[in-house]
Write a protein that binds this ligand. Structure first.
Ligand code: ADP
Ligand code: MG
Ligand code: ZN
Length: 479
């Protein structure tokens, strides 16, 4: 038996308008190499200047993760040859990171677990290499060069791929709450390297670790870790050694492949960045940022329980994503029945979104259209069954709830005459169940009501249908 040991290194793009050390725009998806200047291209004689918003956002995240902030801020050069970073070094922080020794509480299968944060530091991103399918040449886009990154390094406190997934989800939620990063994984705004080793039970020194790269979703991280766990286990079972190295996740074939032997810190020849003078942060500056921190998931969940009288479970689900929590609160403003909204979000909305892999922040219909469903139910325009069917039809954002009901003729049949006609037909077509019920078999009633609902295309108002059916069947105890 082995204990799995995992530590994660997360890189998040800080949501600044301009890059970390120059004035170039950080906008995604622009024409290649249209957002560069001598500084981020590393042309001789150009000098970097720190973007203060990058520092502020990084400090926000550090403080929210309960890290100890270093007052003395200094940058270092990490030297290597990378074809997508023309300076041939990356401005980063080495021996004195921006902050250290924080913590993040993560909901795991075995309860809430504290994961220690080793350090967070500021650095700049590299550009992007593009390898077209046809042709032998590779292309390079330097637009991403110099965008501010926050690296968040955990201690190896995670003990399963699922825990790694849960940690990433919580970390992403916090960064989104803080609005320090848009965390858009498709655009590479949030990336993760995962380190994993196995420790034979009974030992307390961890084994050789392997670093995994190239996963582009949390699911990918989990799968890569699962694969790697099995691979290492098989080696150790055969009494073979796990080689310390960097491996790439191949999502197509679902395997990890060796990329390079692991480099050590001394390979990078770190030295202090001579073009950026170190400086000291004063207490007031840090205090101000601390005071600007928004309400975080835990506090928000507690408030939801207090303010909206929601069960703790509901509050936990609703606050695990800032966009969902905001959506919920918008809905409550328009339709003040929090528990109704919460139920519909948890059992209806989230299920549809998960099924289609849509994030709440990309939801296409507004709270106003969502609550229209409940308003129509209250008004007696639709019944619960119809309401459930409307939701998936709203997902493409093309039509409002009320329009769907009108267009599809889904309004409830609430006039007694209309319902009576249907009831009459159902009784005529089902003489046996009708007689059964008359003779005292209650189960037959449910069958007949079912038929009425079916015949009306789910539109008969259930209360009215109940009443009329009972009248028509004329059993004495119901008269
Ligand atoms: P390196 O110097 O090789 O980059 P670090 O000690 O800086 O290694 O750790 C990098 C990451 O690897 C951290 O997130 C840390 O938690 C994790 N880590 C360290 N040792 C192990 C291990 N034995 N197994 C799994 N992860 C580990
Ligand atoms: Mg490292
Ligand atoms: Zn630039």
């Amino acid at each position: 038996m082995y204990q799995t040991v995992i530590g994660l290194e997360v890189h998040a793009h800080l949501d600044t308008k301009s890059k970390c050390f120059c004035g170039c725009s950080t906008k995604f998806g622009q024409r290649p190499n249209s957002q560069t200047c001598p500084v981020c291209l590393g042309l001789p004689g150009s000098l970097p200047v720190l973007n203060e918003s990058a520092l502020q956002l990084a400090l926000k995240a550090a403080l929210a993760l309960k890290c100890r902030v270093s007052k003395f801020i200094k940058f270092d050069r990490k030297n290597y040859f990378y074809p997508d970073l023309p300076k041939n070094f990356q401005i980063s922080q080495y021996d004195l990171p921006l902050s250290h020794d924080g913590e993040l509480y993560v909901d795991t299968e075995s309860g809430v677990k504290k994961i220690r944060i080793r350090r967070t530091h500021l650095e700049e991103d590299a550009g992007k290499l593009i390898h077209p399918e046809e042709g032998k040449e590779s292309l390079v886009d330097f637009n991403r060069c110099g965008i501010a990154l926050l690296e968040i390094v955990s201690e190896p406190d995670l003990n399963s791929p699922q825990e790694a997934y849960d940690y990433l989800s919580r970390l992403k939620a916090i960064l989104e709450y803080l609005e320090v990063s848009d965390c858009n994984m498709e655009e590479g705004s949030l990336r993760c390297d995962a380190n994993i080793s196995l420790m034979p039970e009974g030992r307390n020194t961890p084994g050789e670790k392997v670093e995994l790269k190239n996963m582009n979703s949390f699911k990918g991280v989990k799968q890569a870790l699962e694969y790697e766990m099995e691979r290492q286990k098989a080696l150790l079972d055969k009494e073979e050694k796990v080689v310390q190295e960097t491996r790439l996740w191949d999502a197509l074939n679902c395997v990890t492949v060796s990329m390079r032997s692991k480099e050590e810190a001394h390979d990078y020849r770190y030295f202090p960045e001579p073009d950026l003078a170190p400086f000291v942060l004063d207490e007031k500056y840090i205090k101000k940022i601390k005071e600007s921190l928004p309400e975080l998931p835990k506090a928000k969940a507690e408030r939801f329980v207090r303010e909206y009288k929601l069960p703790q479970y509901d509050a936990g689900v609703l606050t695990c994503d800032k966009y969902l929590a905001d959506y919920f609160e918008e809905c409550v403003k328009l339709y003040p029945k929090p528990k109704v909204i919460s139920n519909w979000i948890m059992t209806g909305l989230l299920a549809h979104l998960n099924e289609r892999n849509i994030e709440v922040r990309n939801l296409k219909f507004k709270p106003k259209s969502f609550v229209a469903i409940f308003q129509m139910m209250d008004e007696g325009v639709i019944n619960g069954k119809i309401a459930k069917g409307i939701l998936p039809q709203m997902l493409d954002g093309k039509r409002e709830a009320r329009d769907i009901v009108k267009e599809k003729d889904m309004q409830q049949i609430t006039d007694a005459k209309g319902v009576e006609g249907i009831v009459r037909e159902v009784i005529a077509e089902n003489p046996k169940p009708a007689a059964d019920y008359y003779r005292g078999k209650d189960a037959a009633f449910a069958f007949l009501i079912g038929q009425v609902m079916r015949k009306s295309g789910g539109r008969a108002n259930p209360q009215i249908a109940n009443k009329i059916l009972k009248e028509k069947l004329g059993r004495r105890d119901n008269a």
